[in-house]
Write a protein that binds this ligand. Structure first.
Ligand code: 5GP
Ligand code: MG
Ligand code: MG
Length: 183
């Protein structure tokens, strides 16, 4: 399979790599201001947030620490099940730490709501959320997201860390997967 084959599976490119990077740099700037004088631990949610973490982290001109959690809610389908399972917990004790959760995308927000209550129970000094992408349903979420990146329609997208059955994560853009691929 070469690059051209991957692109045949996409029906619409929503954001290019440059557009994504520009937005993440803007968010990083806001985060730097808001956490001035404070230690900051950014927590990436595996596996989707790997690319976001890499680009966000390198947009900072200050020290930050990075840790990871792996949780699953989707299986290999295309809609959230609401069933969340920890596959890898943090290595860091976040008690009294300033923590920023970094997500790839928020759709129903079920995963994130669960994660927030889980991390809140560990008594961090502060806990905020950052996401590279949001879908329309995220507006109904109970937990507020402080740093929101780019908006997407209510379609199943892939790329920039987002997978379909573990593939397409390595695309540089974010695109809607053509229905013929999964139907
Ligand atoms: P939520 O719980 O907010 O509905 O979604 C949880 C997770 O499902 C997201 O963090 C992301 O990993 C995945 N997800 C949500 N929407 C999409 C999508 O359109 N494409 C892909 N590949 N993953 C998605
Ligand atoms: Mg995610
Ligand atoms: Mg996935």
């Amino acid at each position: 399979m070469d690059a051209a084959d991957i692109e045949k599976d996409l029906s619409k490119i929503h954001y290019t790599e440059d557009q994504i990077l520009a937005k993440l740099r803007e968010l990083a700037g806001r985060i730097e201001q808001d956490y001035e004088g404070k230690d900051l631990l950014i927590v990436g949610v595996l596996r989707g947030a790997v690319m976001v973490m890499a680009d966000l982290a390198r947009s900072f001109s200050r020290h930050i620490e990075m840790d990871w959690m792996a949780i699953s809610s989707y299986g290999s389908g295309t809609k959230s099940s609401g069933v969340v399972r920890i596959q890898k917990d943090l290595d860091t004790d976040i008690t009294n730490r300033h923590v920023l959760i970094v997500e790839d995308i928020i759709d129903t927000g079920l995963t994130l709501s669960w994660l927030v209550s889980n991390l809140e129970s560990r008594k961090p000094a502060s806990l905020e959320l950052c996401t590279a992408f949001v879908k329309p349903d995220a507006a109904k979420m109970a937990v507020p997201v402080k740093y929101v990146g780019l908006e997407l329609p209510d379609e199943f997208v892939v790329g920039y860390g987002l997978d379909y059955a573990e593939k397409y994560r390595n695309l540089r853009c974010v695109a809607t997967l053509a229905p013929h691929v999964y139907s």
